[in-house]
Design a binder for this molecule. Structure first.
Ligand SMILES: [Zn+2]
Length: 235
């Protein structure tokens, strides 16, 4: 009969252990960490996207301005070459204007190239960032899915242990079971085996009287140190 009580205890401690494992499986902190990384990267991604849009706008504006100045330059050149009257003052002023427009165009083209270079760099950063975001998201869901599978397994173990407990309890007389449950509630475990006269519940040697009671095969014998059931005999 004592072995049934011990068996119940083993199942109860298994349930406790599995419930603790469940918390580790869920590993909330890892999930939170992944979520935070994802959110941070997303903020960065949006920032890069804004920067990219800004630079593309700059390129557009610069290119537009370059074309405008090119048009003006062409007009100046047309004026210069069609200036048949050979107006020296006009020629000089046109040449000066052409020169300055050429400089302006060159500066703007340099600027535009810089923007393009920057655009390329941010664009590649953005792509990299996007890939990292996708990876993080996949990792998060993979983790979640594996967690769910693991939870199912743990739940099965717990359910089996609970079923075993209720089957075992059916074989135990009510009086003994009540005693056992009461001691279990107070001490964590209600029954203990004896090894060489030492109680496995409290690791203390039981008294000669206790040993004697066991020899007499009494209905219930308790450890005289911790009060756990160390022997029971029911027909
Ligand atoms: Zn004891």
């Amino acid at each position: 009969m004592l072995n049934l009580l011990i068996e119940i205890q083993k199942n109860k401690s298994l349930i406790k252990k599995e419930k603790r494992a469940l918390k580790t499986v869920l590993n909330i902190s890892v999930m939170k960490d992944l979520k935070k990384k994802f959110d941070d990267k997303k903020i960065h991604y949006i920032k890069l996207d804004k920067e990219l849009k800004g630079i593309r706008k700059n390129i557009e504006i610069t290119e537009k301005k370059i074309n405008e100045v090119k048009d003006e330059l062409e007009k100046d050149e047309n004026k210069l070459y069609s200036n048949l009257k050979y107006d020296l003052k006009l020629i000089k002023s046109l040449e000066k204007s052409i020169e300055s427009k050429k400089d302006e165009i060159k500066n703007m083209e340099d600027k535009s190239l810089e923007f393009m270079y920057e655009e390329e760099k941010i664009s590649s950063d953005k792509k990299k960032n996007r890939k990292e975001l996708v990876d993080l998201r996949n990792k998060f869901y993979e983790f979640k899915e594996n967690g769910s599978k693991e939870i199912l397994k743990v739940k099965e173990v717990i359910e089996k242990a609970e079923k075993d407990i209720s089957n075992l309890e059916r074989e135990i007389p009510e009086e003994l079971l009540d005693e056992f449950n009461e001691i279990s509630e107070a001490k964590g475990t209600g029954a203990a085996e004896l090894y060489d006269g030492v109680c496995t519940g409290c690791k203390m040697k039981v008294s000669a009287i206790t040993i004697d009671n066991i020899k007499k095969n009494k209905k219930i014998v308790y450890c005289d140190n911790c009060g756990r059931i160390v022997h029971c005999k029911y027909d």
